[in-house]
Design a protein. Structure first.
Length: 490
């Protein structure tokens, strides 16, 4: 039997193209030598080229066929397995079986257990973007498994029940918290913020791999809480991260930066902290505009623009000149949908892939959870449906009678108009973050407008803002310089 197994392995290895063998050998040497740039080049660049050439519609070789080329190294084997599973999700999603997904879970958990269940940190060097990709892909596969289970549970209930703990919300949470705890990342971030020496003797707290794993696990925890609808915890769990700083750890990896601010902004939005959500979204959009990002990041950017278009209707805010131009030119269809009152369609497009923490079998379970989350926002928008026009007319007057205001709004019912004015006062007061933890803040007006009723008259006080032209001129200068460069190249 052993002779037969060896012959089978030899036959499988012989089928592997020479260029793939060279790639695997080079990857192994890079990982064992701790060469960060080469590891990243292999896992983000060369693997894509080889996949397109040899495995566009096929799976990569099984681990058993190439483990000798990987020098039987557990870390390299994990990275190879993670790479091949990612390829399956990207190119062969329709062909993936329950066994494939369970195998991927086992691969991740064995790797995490190997790193966590130790008395001393592992001697492993990985590039920071690769560490982020591990956490990002781990959560992506969790979301995909939830969708897959919902669609296929009725046809394979016994198989799913057998692997009930695999990719469950509780299991994924457990590993994220274990990575956070072993890395002592909260202590590390607190000491960094206060500019004091590290207050722990843990060797893991000074190991770069563990610190980054813990840090990205915090961002992953924000994402998981967001997709499961626990928006308070999504914001609370990243209190250790100072979002007011410009030079922060997550800024080193564009994907981590976008993920954190997208899920934080979305959670703010669902908590009715609309101005905070707008501030977060505009901040990340400005960052995306400064760099050449991946297609995935551009798709996330489109979703953020959709959410910004929705929020601006109910919480007006002066945008940066470049963002305003981009919103009304490149995303004009989103703005038009909002004007037509079709926010729900935009919400369905821009929201994350929700995962019910208490899943119901069948595809209706996913739909029901999405509809529930959408109804939370829709209920608030319905209450505010008359407020945008009311706010706009109030800004035109310092004193206006209820009769005049009612005629402008086609509303002759004074009692209803007074009710809408009170609703405007209530909805305009939102919890606003300024400094400190992301969950902190004070209740202040989101839009600077103040008014009170004096008998049948509304007395309005709107602060006068001096218009700033610097941003407009800088945008036009940069645009002209870009045109000049394009003409010079021709």
């Amino acid at each position: 039997r052993l002779h037969t197994r060896i012959n089978t392995m030899t036959t499988e290895a012989d089928k592997v193209p020479q260029k793939v063998k060279d790639f695997l050998g080079s990857l192994t040497r890079a990982v064992q030598g701790g060469k960060r740039s080469q590891i990243r080049d292999h896992l983000e660049g060369k693997v894509t080229q080889l996949s397109d050439k040899f495995y566009k519609q096929a799976e990569w070789p099984a681990v058993s066929a190439v483990e000798e080329l990987l020098d039987f190294d557990e870390t390299v084997i994990f990275l190879y397995s993670e790479m091949t599973t990612k390829h399956q999700h990207t190119k062969l999603a329709a062909q993936m079986t329950l066994e494939n997904r369970v195998s991927s879970w086992i691969n991740y958990t064995e790797f995490f257990d190997t790193l966590i269940n130790r008395t001393m940190p592992a001697r492993l060097i990985l590039p920071v973007p690769t560490i982020w990709n591990l956490i990002d892909e781990f959560l992506y596969q969790y979301e995909e498994f939830a969708q897959y289970k919902s669609r296929n549970y009725s046809s394979n209930s016994a198989g799913f029940d057998k692997h009930a703990e695999k990719w469950s919300t509780i299991s994924v949470l457990k590993y994220l918290y274990r990575l956070i705890d072993v890395s002592c990342i909260k202590t590390v971030l607190k000491c960094e913020a206060e500019n004091i020496p590290l207050s722990t003797t843990s060797k893991f707290a000074t190991n770069e791999l563990y610190v980054w794993l813990g840090y990205f696990a915090l961002i992953g925890l924000c994402r998981l809480n967001t997709v499961t609808g626990d928006y308070f915890m999504a914001v609370k769990c990243i209190d250790s991260i100072d979002i007011s700083q410009k030079r922060v750890r997550h800024a080193k990896v564009t994907g981590a930066y976008i993920s954190l601010y997208y899920h934080l902004g979305f959670s703010y939005m669902m908590m009715r902290r609309y101005r905070d959500a707008l501030n977060i979204f505009t901040k990340v959009l400005q960052t995306i505009g400064q760099f050449h990002t991946r297609l995935y990041d551009q798709k996330k950017s489109d979703k953020i623009f959709a959410l910004v278009a929705i929020l601006l209707k109910y919480c007006p805010k002066r945008l940066d000149e470049q963002l305003r131009t981009s919103l009304h030119s490149d995303h004009s269809e989103k703005v038009q949908l909002v004007r037509n009152g079709e926010e729900e369609q935009l919400f369905n497009y821009a929201c994350p892939k929700f995962v019910s923490p208490a899943p119901l079998p069948g595809e209706d379970g996913i739909t029901a959870f999405l509809l529930h989350q959408r109804s939370i926002l829709s209920a608030d928008f319905k209450q505010q449906s008359a407020l945008p026009n009311l706010r706009a007319f109030l800004k035109l007057y310092s004193t206006v009678s209820l009769e005049k205001l009612g005629s402008l709004l086609d509303n002759g019912d004074k009692d209803l108009l007074k009710q809408q004015l009170l609703t405007l006062i209530h909805k305009n007061h939102q919890k606003r973050w300024k400094v400190g933890p992301a969950s902190s803040g004070n209740y202040i007006p989101a839009v600077p407008i103040d008014f009170y009723l004096e008998k049948d008259f509304v007395e309005v006080n709107v602060p006068v803002h001096t218009r700033q032209f610097a941003g407009h001129f800088l945008y036009q200068i940069n645009k002209l310089n870009g045109i000049g460069r394009e003409l010079g190249q021709k």
